[in-house]
Design a protein around this ligand. Structure first.
Ligand SMILES: Cc1cc2nc3c(=O)[nH]c(=O)nc-3n(C[C@H](O)[C@H](O)[C@H](O)COP(=O)(O)OP(=O)(O)OC[C@H]3O[C@@H](n4cnc5c(N)ncnc54)[C@H](O)[C@@H]3O)c2cc1C
Length: 507
């Protein structure tokens, strides 16, 4: 079942197993069960440490990954190939006794969790955001016997997905109740469980020389440049990595022909940690005040002080702000075609937005869904001609320009979209099951009042990255830079750090 190259690589990983692992398999007579049996038997044939037992588990087809004398609570329902193959390999290694790559404090935090936690994560094998969640929940199950996790491939359990009205992956349930959607790191899951640090954990922090707010490419670059000057540097990030965490392939990071978002974020994190920068991840800034020092108040009430601050809070998906959008989010309204596209297989969807991201999404979705309707507000599409040509060559796409979306309709989930033609003023309604919103980004600057922003909410900076507030600098997508790209954000992060250093020597 596995290709020769993958088998060769897998063989090397399986040699790292430290103890025996028992795969308990619940299989029927169906095709997926047979394929699953083929996979587990192939694994067992490759390592004498792996054995297979038949069992009856809650879902068929599924299998659990256990130690000989202990159930870990890790179950894969469906076949963990595609993006989840790594999750399976890691589960085998970790259950065999190989320590997960998690720092000692986090391990202690997980081991101290009391109570009973049964997580269920619904995924698609083509979702690049899902393995992070699956692997984090598996690590928690390995480390704490009170925690169990079942990964469920939505494609293999379509009835369950329909019944639970899951229209975005990953979707996680905890003890039967909805827990969260989208990519979540181990730290984010722990924070959601209420095990994160409170304000007291920040009370004894000395003032920083440079405090960076935002941990995307701009913030990481600013922090590295600042720390290389030998000054005390910290980063506060709501989610380290920023938009890059949601990016699949990156082909314009000069010097690297191809990389993937999470890979780039891992190397940013490694680089930042090399300089001893104080990274405060999963912390959101809510207020900036200028006294002798600049003060940043966090959502948890802690106040951090710094001689200079670099704002690099980036941007987020822009909402279309029509009735139904918020109500049906994850119930048919989606923002990530790579992640959620497979859940709309054979269905009808709309893409709102005719720019590059909208048209890329429409092309991508047209290969999966029954029909795509593209709604563009302007009289013509804004995407590059090459994308438009590709789009127009597809048989199952309708493009409607001059269309102002007025409502996303539905009952318990999306059943259509309404728009007004800006040419004729006539109202129209299209029946469909999904809506992908792709109308650009808004800067994460609404929490700032002292700092000058333009009409789009972008922070106005000069050529040193300085804002109107002395000692406060800004970089990346949250600023009025003409273009928003990774490499541009990194460059402006470096500029802001050098600007901040210059400000400090002069003051
Ligand atoms: C789907 C997608 C694909 C893309 N593909 C590419 C590509 O191929 N090539 C390319 O060059 N660019 C690409 N981009 C654009 C690129 O990702 C951005 O230009 C870049 O990430 C901007 O970096 P940034 O650091 O300015 O902001 P962001 O990446 O947005 O990071 C902002 C950081 O600030 C944090 N933050 C926000 N508010 C607060 C707060 N109040 N308190 C604390 N922290 C906060 C966030 O959690 C995050 O850590 C893509 C973007 C998307 C969405």
């Amino acid at each position: 079942m596995l290709e020769a190259a993958i088998k060769q690589q897998l063989d090397q990983y399986l040699q790292l197993m430290e103890g025996d692992v028992v795969l308990r398999v619940s299989a029927g007579e169906d095709k997926v069960s047979n394929e699953m049996l083929e996979l587990v038997n192939e694994l067992a044939s490759m390592s004498s440490r792996i054995s297979v037992e038949r069992a009856t588990l809650e879902r068929t087809p599924s299998f659990s990954v256990n130690r000989p004398s202990e159930e870990t609570g890790i179950v894969f329902a469906g076949i963990p190939l595609g993006h989840e193959f790594t999750s399976l390999v890691l589960a085998l290694l970790q259950v065999s006794g190989r320590a997960p790559k998690v720092d000692a404090d986090t391990i202690k935090q997980i081991q101290n969790i009391e109570g009973t936690y049964h997580f269920e994560s619904y995924i698609s094998l083509s979702c690049h955001n899902c393995p992070d969640v699956v692997q984090a929940l598996n690590v928690m199950s390995v480390l704490n016997p009170n925690i169990a996790h079942t990964m469920i491939d939505g494609a293999a359990f379509k009835d369950e997905v329909e019944a639970k009205e899951i229209m975005a992956v990953p979707t996680v349930f905890l003890n039967g109740e909805s827990f969260g959607n989208g990519r979540m790191s181990l730290e984010e899951i722990l924070a959601k469980l209420g095990t994160g640090p409170d304000a007291s954990a920040f009370s004894d922090k000395d003032p920083y020389d440079v405090l960076v707010v935002g941990g995307g490419p701009a913030g990481a670059s600013a922090a590295v440049y600042a720390a290389r000057k030998g000054i005390r540097t910290g980063i506060i990030a709501e989610r380290f990595g920023g938009q890059v965490m949601d990016t699949m392939g990156i082909e314009n990071f000069i010097g690297t022909a191809y990389t993937e978002g999470p890979k780039l974020v891992a190397s940013l994190e490694e680089h930042v940690k090399e300089y001893g920068i104080d990274v405060m991840n999963l912390q959101r800034a809510k207020r900036l005040e200028k006294k002798d020092l600049v003060e940043i108040e966090l959502e948890n009430g802690a106040v951090l002080k710094s001689k200079s601050v670099i704002l690099s809070t980036g941007a987020r998906w822009r909402n279309v702000n029509v009735p139904g959008e918020a109500e049906f989010k994850n119930k048919g309204v989606a923002y990530c075609p790579h992640c959620d596209g497979p859940l709309f297989e054979g269905k009808r969807v709309a893409v709102i937005g005719g720019g590059n991201s909208g048209i890329e999404a429409a092309i991508d979705l047209a290969g999966i869904v029954k029909h795509v309707t593209v709604l563009e507000f302007a009289p013509e599409l804004k995407a590059d001609q090459v994308l438009q040509d590709r789009l127009h060559s597809l048989p199952n796409v309708t493009v409607i320009t001059n269309a102002q979306t007025t409502e996303i309709t539905g009952t318990d989930k999306v059943n259509g979209i309404s728009y007004v033609s800006r040419e004729t003023n006539e109202s129209h309604h299209v029946e469909l099951e999904g809506v992908f919103v792709q109308i650009g980004l808004v800067p994460n600057t609404d929490w700032l009042d002292l700092v000058e922003r333009n009409n789009f909410g972008e922070i106005v900076v000069d050529r040193h990255g300085a804002t109107n507030v002395p000692g406060v600098f800004a970089a990346g997508d949250c600023t009025n830079s003409a273009y928003k790209q990774i490499i541009i954000s990194m460059g402006s992060g470096a500029t802001a750090a050098l600007g901040a250093f210059d400000y400090m020597i002069r003051n």
